[in-house]
Design a protein around this ligand. Structure first.
Ligand SMILES: *[C@@H]1O[C@H](CO)[C@@H](O)[C@H](O)[C@H]1NC(C)=O
Ligand SMILES: *[C@@H]1O[C@H](CO)[C@@H](O)[C@H](O)[C@H]1NC(C)=O
Ligand SMILES: *[C@@H]1O[C@H](CO)[C@@H](O)[C@H](O)[C@H]1NC(C)=O
Ligand SMILES: *[C@@H]1O[C@H](CO)[C@@H](O)[C@H](O)[C@H]1NC(C)=O
Ligand SMILES: *[C@@H]1O[C@H](CO)[C@@H](O)[C@H](O)[C@H]1NC(C)=O
Length: 798
């Protein structure tokens, strides 16, 4: 099956717009008829076994309308992401855009990120005719919509060339079909190619030089190898280097190397048959062919060109057909990711939501174990963390459950980065920490892993030391123009205030948001300190985790409610409209969310939050206000933002005040109306899969309270789900069943946990995940007071 990606000529505005349900159902119908003809016609060598789940993954989901997902080819957590790079005049975060012109097809990309593009390097661009200046404009338009499915991508260019792509974890394959004419058939390898940025904040990537050398291969064809160096991008990284090794196995291949005058200009200085060029100027090689059908295999490494060639020859030996790569990639997605969650349900749209979401939360981070150029270590290495600020609420808790082996490696990698560089990352790419948006949220992730019993080969004494570094040592200022008040690279730069006052003054950017997150981070330290029997530390950090309260102004009012989180300094509270976050950016008091939204974010101290908010009944009314259309001053918008993380947990907070029915109603309504398995079906940036994992939890009928071994209960969308909980023999499972549920009947009537009647609106990790278990829901159209047991815990409240 191929999900077709639109070739729209008009630019789409980045704002969310609703997609009617019938449209996605209709698309689903089209997709399934595609699949049917695909199977019947036997159009692939990939044997799609019964139970193939890759057919439900619509790899174009979220690739338009600001979702920024990557629709090209990747293995789960694969280092290589091979896909198209398009130029539209605005930032192409994943390389892909539904409009614009192709500038190349490159090996490294991110998925679902914002800020400024990263990567788009190690590229090839096919062109017809006589390439007189390879540094000139060789962009090409789309002849028809691109095609994408798991393990396969195809673009049809205006010149008549088609490009088909496949990949392994560390190498990629390009299959070119040129028009069968007398015209020249060429592929340009431009080492200076990167994804540009047009945001004008100095975050654009720069090419810093490279080299390339070309040799004849022993059994015909040409092999090129070399390196390119780059810097900057959203995390403002210094120079880093990628090595490449590419083959054109066609014996008709000829080449010319080229060298330009400088980094950015398109002036050609030298075009020759020299074997190699090495310079800080733009350079590369043009390969020409007489044959219409040309295959190129390219390996990548961050260690050396030799390693890039080893990666190539081990993973894609000469003669490997694209169809084999495609079927291998599909098998890996099926075995490692998709088959972790199975159901006998047949609702196509739900299956597409489920499996497309699992896919998009498993593209990054990338497993670069053995490819870390910075230090030798026996620990694993994971890069492309974008970012823990986005991921700690929903994604990491699900990553833990679905990928326990990779998750343990990931935690070890975070700690190893502290061991060698001094701080764990909140975000990281191209081997460099940054940018840290608000808190040091690796602390929350480590705490979550610790309280859920993740041990294995993790050195928890080191893990705790890494957390203490975040909590106690001010990182050196990296002078980021976005916020000059302190480091945006790592750690907690507002610590001077936090340690001295227990609140954060406006001397530091994002002061209120940071007070909220530093509290959660300190709660994370409390959890691990307690587990490691560091009792004095545990007391200290539990105490500090309550400091969010110091920003609570009981007299701040909005929409008839009193009490909100506000900025403050030594003289007291500073006046603030709870409906405004000002610029909502790095130097402002609130980062990317309203005071209203942050005023629900004290998830370890909810009882106190409810008390300060005016008690349980008022808290319910405040929550209702978050979802009231127009409360934000617009016609139909809500204070709740379905596309941003500080709002993620809010619909579930009803569970704390005896209204689990309303958690179900709100979360379900948001997921049904704002998320669709379509190219424009995300309500904002995917944020490296954060949005997709939020939707997955809603569909599973659970919600994680990161940092605590607690899951709030919602209402599952399937009549049965089986989640496989280990990477070994697959025996440990969680079974979730529902009876009586449909589009109009989704309120919980009763629940059994492991066969026993259950009257709490929450479960613990030990209840259902540690050894497996079962959840049996009875659903119906009416609200029921089934949850008469104790509310979920509020561990920091006394
Ligand atoms: C290709 O372009 C170069 C430079 O303009 C020119 O010297 C050469 O004759 C051209 N070759 C063909 C086959 O047109
Ligand atoms: C290319 O540059 C890399 C990185 O500086 C260096 O390791 C390598 O030896 C160079 N190769 C050639 C052929 O000059
Ligand atoms: C990560 O990559 C390393 C090196 O290729 C490999 O040994 C390890 O199994 C990978 N981890 C997972 C979870 O696949
Ligand atoms: C907790 O905070 C209170 C008030 O700031 C302080 O008096 C107390 O000593 C703190 N306790 C610990 C263990 O740090
Ligand atoms: C809130 O307002 C009341 C009445 O004006 C005042 O007495 C009180 O001190 C104020 N509280 C704070 C924290 O400003």
């Amino acid at each position: 099956m191929r999900g077709h990606i639109n070739d729209r000529s008009a630019a789409t505005p980045p704002a969310w717009k609703p997609t009617p349900l019938f449209l996605s159902l209709f698309l689903g119908f089209i997709m399934s008829s595609f699949l049917l003809s695909f199977l019947l016609l036997g159009m692939t060598e990939a044997v799609l076994a019964a139970g193939d789940l890759t057919k439900y993954v619509l790899t174009s989901t979220g690739s338009e309308n600001g979702g920024n997902t990557f629709p090209g080819v990747s293995e789960p957590f694969g280092m290589i992401k091979l896909g198209p790079d398009l130029y539209t005049g605005s930032d192409s975060y994943s390389g892909y855009q539904p409009t614009g012109v192709f500038t190349g097809f490159s090996m490294l990309h991110e998925s679902g990120t914002g800020g400024a593009p990263k990567y788009g390097v190690v590229s090839q661009m096919p062109v017809m005719g006589n390439v007189s200046n390879p540094l000139g404009d060789h962009t090409d338009k789309r002849a028809q919509a691109d095609e994408t499915s798991v393990g396969y991508y195809r673009s049809s260019l205006g010149s008549g060339i088609t490009v088909e792509l496949g990949a392994t974890s560390r190498a990629g394959l390009y299959m070119y079909t040129f028009p069968d004419t007398e015209e020249g058939k060429n592929v340009i390898v431009d080492v200076s190619h990167v994804l540009p940025s047009f945001r004008g904040m100095g975050l654009g990537q720069n090419y810093l030089g490279g080299n390339i050398s070309v040799k004849e291969q022993e059994r015909g064809g040409l092999r090129y190898s070399g390196s390119g160096s780059y810097d900057n991008g959203w995390n403002r990284s210094p120079k880093w280097t990628v090595y490449f090794c590419g083959s054109f196995d066609d014996s008709s291949a000829t080449y010319r190397t080229f060298l330009g005058s400088d980094l950015t200009g398109s002036t050609l200085v030298k075009y020759s048959e020299d074997e190699s060029v090495d310079s800080t100027a733009r350079l590369g090689a043009v390969f020409s062919f007489t044959s219409s059908s040309v295959v190129s295999r390219v390996g990548v490494s961050f260690i050396s060109t030799d390693r890039a060639c080893e990666n190539l020859d081990q993973q894609i030996p000469k003669g490997t057909p694209l169809s084999k790569l495609t079927s291998d990639t599909r098998k890996h997605w099926q075995d490692q990711v998709l088959s972790k969650v199975t159901t006998t349900d047949t609702n196509l749209e739900n299956l597409q939501r489920l499996y497309s979401s699992l896919y998009f939360m498993s593209l990054i981070p990338t497993n670069k174990t053995g490819e870390n150029p910075l230090w030798d270590s026996t620990e694993p290495y994971y890069d492309d963390i974008f970012t823990l600020w986005d991921l700690f609420r929903c994604t990491t808790a699900l990553f833990h459950i679905l990928q326990p082996t990779a998750y343990e490696e990931y935690i070890r990698s975070l700690i190893d980065i502290w061991r060698h560089e001094g701080y764990m990352p909140d975000a990281r790419s191209s081997f460099w920490n940054g940018a840290t948006q608000v808190g040091s949220n690796a602390d929350n992730v480590l705490a979550d892993a610790y309280v859920k019993g993740v041990r294995g080969r993790i050195n928890w004494e080191d893990g705790y030391s890494a957390m203490v570094k975040d909590a106690e040592v001010v990182p050196p200022n990296n002078d980021d123009p976005r916020d000059k008040s302190g480091s945006t690279k790592e750690g907690r730069s507002a610590l001077p205030d936090w340690l001295q006052y227990g609140y954060i003054t406006p001397r530091f950017g994002r002061a209120v948001s940071r007070a909220v997150e530093y509290s959660a981070n300190d709660f994370g330290l409390y959890q691990v300190a307690k587990g490691l029997s560091k009792d004095a530390d545990a007391d200290k950090y539990l105490n500090r985790s309550r400091n969010w309260r110091n920003h609570w102004n009981p007299n701040a009012t909005s929409l008839g409610f009193s009490g909100f989180l506000v900025p403050r300094d030594e003289d007291g509270f500073i006046e603030q409209d709870p409906l405004s976050c000002g610029g909502c950016y790095w130097a402002d008091a609130y980062y990317e969310a309203l005071p209203w939204e942050y005023s629900f974010n004290a998830h370890h101290d909810i009882d106190e939050l409810v008390r300060l908010s005016g008690g349980a009944d008022t808290f319910v009314k405040r929550l209702d206000t978050m979802f009231k259309p127009g409360a934000d001053g617009s016609d139909t918008g809500t204070l709740f933002n379905p596309g941003n993380e500080p709002s993620f947990t809010t619909p579930y907070l009803y569970n704390y005040v005896g209204r689990q029915d309303l958690s179900v109603e709100r979360s379900r309504s948001v997921a049904k109306s704002k998320y669709h398995p379509t190219p424009d079906g995300l309500p904002g940036n995917s944020d490296a899969g954060a949005m997709e994992s939020w939707q997955l939890w809603v569909m599973l009928g659970l919600y994680p309270m990161t940092g605590q071994p607690v899951f709030l209960i919602g209402s599952p969308w399937f009549s049965d789900l089986t989640i496989s909980l280990d990477d070994g023999d697959g025996k440990k499972k969680l079974h979730i069943t529902t009876t009586g549920g449909n589009e109009d009947a989704y309120y919980v009537q009763s629940l059994k946990v492991n066969g026993k009647e259950w009257r709490q609106s929450w479960v613990t990790y030990a209840d259902i995940f540690a050894k497996g278990g079962s959840l049996e829901f009875v659903l119906g159209p009416e609200k029921q007071d089934w949850f008469t047991g104790p509310p979920p815990p509020s561990p920091a409240s006394v």
